[in-house]
Design a protein around this ligand. Structure first.
Ligand code: KG4
Ligand code: ZN
Length: 345
């Protein structure tokens, strides 16, 4: 029988994240005080392949995880007996990669006789803002833009989400990665394209803004934009890469910001929060803050380190989930296609 833990401001949660290509651990106190956070990136391991290779990712997690957890505990300067719960991403993500983290988290929870908490990676991205500002007030609109997802979510309260819109094809991060690869900007594509765009003209080409005609439609589509970039470059082989990167980025950001703004107006949000890897994008951050200022609502941008995959957001979400739902049974599996839990519309 696992020790009963009722989370409070002194509860120390170890978070573990291995859903994709970052091996991460963090210790977070009381749901928002980050005591230590360690992220070991596999970027170099996958760079030669131009993308994440699932089998290689699982092996790299196996090698890195124990040292990453050990470093997290040493950096926090606490004894492991002080840890009150172990939270770990159990989906969505790559199945082999998820299993490494989930198995380790269950083993540690058993060994330390503390609760295990399975955390939804998407929910954790929503929570990264609360790590840095727990005073955010509901209802909030969260624009969750990562390599695998593009969603507009109404956050009505802790654990209460309603889906307002989502991509019907590619995720925004996927579009950044594919266009960066086509332009020869290297891997990972998003940050490389962001840097290249700084030297280009965002108005050089007006690429299409898909699904923008109907103001009530909050869904996104990015696959046509990628094709438009490829077609344009084939017709104009001498065009500068920086101008294409800047024009592409402007088209993505335009649509993301316009729809997020509309979503906030529709639900009367107190503010807009960004989450997911693409939330690290310079232009998106700038434009979103500008839009919030003109609309007189709060715009909250988590730091870049909290936008991309990390375990502090897992530990924070674990704290909230432990509080609302209690421990997750140890026979729970890993779920590659886990969805965000939604309340009825
Ligand atoms: O959330 P994340 O770290 O992993 C997933 O859960 O997918 O997001 C990774 C995605 C990648 O597609 C990456 O290219 C993109 O976020 N990304 C960016 C930037 N930094 C990361 N995209 C645009 N601009 C950036 N600065
Ligand atoms: Zn992520």
């Amino acid at each position: 029988m696992t020790r009963n833990v009722v989370p409070d401001s002194n509860t120390l949660v170890l978070g573990i994240e291995t859903s994709c290509d970052e091996t991460a651990a963090a210790l977070v106190m009381g749901g928002n005080d980050v005591v230590s956070t360690v992220v070991s990136s596999q970027i170099e391991v996958h760079a030669d392949f131009g993308g994440v290779v699932p089998e290689i990712a699982s092996r790299a997690h196996l090698q890195a995880l124990n040292p990453v957890i050990a470093r997290t505990i040493v950096e926090a300067g606490v004894d492991e007996s002080r840890i009150d719960a172990v939270a770990c991403t159990y989906g969505p993500g790559l199945i082999g990669a998820l299993l490494v983290g989930v198995s380790a988290a269950k083993a540690l929870a058993l060994a330390w006789d503390v609760p295990f908490v399975g955390v939804n990676h998407l929910e954790a991205h929503l929570y990264s803002a609360f790590l840095e500002d727990p005073s955010l007030e509901f209802p909030l609109v969260v624009l969750l833009v990562s390599g695998g997802h593009t969603m507009l979510v109404e956050m009505q309260g802790h654990g209460r989400y309603r889906l307002l819109g989502q991509t019907i094809d590619d995720a925004a991060g996927e579009a950044f990665d594919k266009v960066a690869r086509f332009l020869g900007l290297g891997y990972p594509g998003g940050p490389a394209l962001d840097r290249e765009a700084m030297n280009g003209d965002p108005d050089f080409v007006r690429f299409p803004r898909a699904m923008s005609d109907d103001p009530s439609n909050l869904d996104f589509s990015f696959s046509g934009l990628k094709t438009a970039v490829v077609n344009y470059c084939r017709k104009h082989p001498d065009v500068g890469t920086a101008d294409i990167a800047a024009s592409f980025q402007m088209a993505v950001v335009d649509v993301l910001v316009a729809k997020t703004r509309r979503a906030a107006q529709r639900i009367g949000a107190t503010g807009i929060v960004l989450g997911g890897g693409v939330a690290a994008n310079s232009l998106l951050r700038e434009e979103l803050l500008g839009a919030c200022a003109s609309d007189g609502i709060r715009g909250f941008l988590p730091s870049r380190a909290m936008c991309t995959d990390n375990a502090a957001m897992i530990a924070a979400t674990g704290w909230y989930r432990l509080k609302s739902d209690g421990p997750t049974p140890l026979d729970v599996g890993a779920f590659p296609n886990l969805r965000l839990p939604l309340v009825d519309a």
